[in-house]
Write a protein that binds this ligand. Structure first.
Ligand code: ADP
Ligand code: MG
Length: 302
């Protein structure tokens, strides 16, 4: 049986390159570049709540980091370092090998270094904290949307929720289990987006956070929303408006901002779906201009 320290050494300790000191001491030592602010975010994934018992370990390793990278994207931050707190029922080496493979494959792609963590026995849970850098005052916050700004969405919405509702669809399953964080988009939006958020709890709810923090309202045209293809219209509406886990970015930008050029250079679909207005609240209009009823997004305590 692997000891706690063997386990950390074998599966998680990697030589530090961007950190002054990485795994192995009482704390990691990090040095942000001059003129940068640190962006810090934490996400906790619990078995039975965020993923099913028996979920593929490699995909979990990917997703645990991806949801944190997505928060960096939504802040316009460059991800740099992460810590990982793991509770495991047993030191299952097959699980650990798969998990660390998925985690480090994504970490390498985004230049993120694992610099510490904690490991304990317990019901399976995975908590990643990520640290990134963003030039002073350039972070994409939720509170900068202003009347007449356009509202934009990356990629498409609803795929992850569809996979949850109809397991077995491979393309949708990919959206749910191995989401692609929009980090490059976040970096391009520095100085261009007036506000941004990532879609983790559903488009309507997450856009609602921007509106609330910015003290504005919005009109969105349902027809214009970029949608994952779903035949059942009612299910489509639920997945697109209230389904979470897509990890796309929703952002606002002044009219005339050159979003098309960003879309072309990233080869990423960016769609304008509505406008910010003075009148509070979110109105989503159907093709006939009628106001649609929007279900609530995800709430852990609902
Ligand atoms: P402490 O007793 O200070 O909590 P530990 O003995 O738990 O330290 O951990 C030893 C070292 O291994 C520390 O540097 C810690 O950050 C790191 N570490 C522990 N678990 C993990 C993990 N799952 N991933 C990465 N680093 C880890
Ligand atoms: Mg410890």
């Amino acid at each position: 049986m692997l000891s706690e320290f063997d386990l950390i050494r074998k599966y998680f300790a990697r030589p530090a390159r961007n950190a002054v000191l990485g795994v192995g001491d009482d704390a990691a030592l990090l040095r942000p570049a001059a003129g940068m602010e640190l962006a810090v975010s934490t996400d906790l994934l619990i078995e039975g709540r965020h993923f099913r018992a028996g979920a593929d370990a490699r995909k979990l390793g990917h997703k645990a980091l991806a949801v944190n990278l997505s928060d960096m994207a939504a802040m316009g931050a460059t991800p740099r370092w992460a810590t990982l707190a793991l509770a495991l029922p047993t030191a299952d080496e097959r699980w650990l090998a798969g998990f660390s493979k998925g985690f480090f494959a994504l970490a390498r792609r985004f230049g993120v270094e694992l610099v510490g963590g904690d490991t304990t026995r317990g019901p399976l849970s995975i908590c990643v904290t990520i640290l990134g850098e963003v030039p002073k005052k350039k972070a994409l916050r939720r509170d900068g949307a202003r009347p007449a700004d356009g509202i934009w969405v990356s990629g498409c919405l609803g795929g992850a929720a569809y996979a949850f509702a109809r397991p077995g669809n491979a393309a949708a399953a990919k959206r749910l289990h191995t989401p692609e964080p929009r980090v490059a988009l976040g970096l391009h939006l520095r100085g261009i987006a007036s506000a941004a958020i990532d879609v983790s709890d559903g488009f309507a709810q997450d856009l609602g956070h921007i509106l609330e923090r910015s003290g504005v309202g919005a009109v969105v045209h349902y027809e214009t929303l970029p949608k994952y293809r779903i035949r059942d219209a009612k299910l489509e509406r639920r997945c697109v408006l209230s389904g979470g886990d897509d990890y796309e970015l929703v952002f606002t930008a002044r009219a005339g901002a050159r979003i098309g050029a960003i879309a072309r250079s990233l080869k990423l679909r960016l769609t304008r779906v509505g406008s910010i207005g003075r009148r509070r609240g979110l109105q989503i209009l159907d093709a006939d201009g009628k106001r649609m009823n929007v279900g609530r997004g995800f709430d852990h305590f609902a």
